[in-house]
Design a protein. Structure first.
Length: 109
């Protein structure tokens, strides 16, 4: 019994994704784009720009998470649900920017 427990500790730690499959260049690029999108979010005062940039940052973080942890990871699944919520937020923000009063045609008298 003791030898079987010792054998468990002798095994190397297994990651969910082997090291050779992780594409560090793509992960670094996603994180760099996320960082670059943080700058306009902090600089600009317009609410729509802040919403679009913050939602884009979340999408980039989801892509980096999926590349690092894999598609079946629980972290990636949670980020997937956050990304779906972000898509709803962006849709509502864009629809609220539309001036619906100007879409009606002028009445003929």
């Amino acid at each position: 019994m003791l030898l079987s427990y010792m054998a468990l500790f002798a095994e190397p730690a297994v990651r969910t994704v082997p090291t050779e499959e992780i594409q560090m260049g793509k992960i670094i690029a996603c994180l760099a784009v996320a960082f670059v999108l943080l700058i306009p979010m902090l600089i600009f005062r317009q609410r729509i720009v802040k919403i679009l940039c913050s939602c884009s940052v979340e999408v980039c973080l989801f892509l980096a998470c999926r590349l690092y942890f894999g598609s079946d990871s629980i972290v990636t699944q949670i980020m997937c649900w956050f990304t779906a919520a972000v898509a709803c937020i962006v849709t509502v923000a864009i629809v609220n920017r539309i001036n619906w009063g100007n879409l009606r045609g002028k009445r003929d008298l």
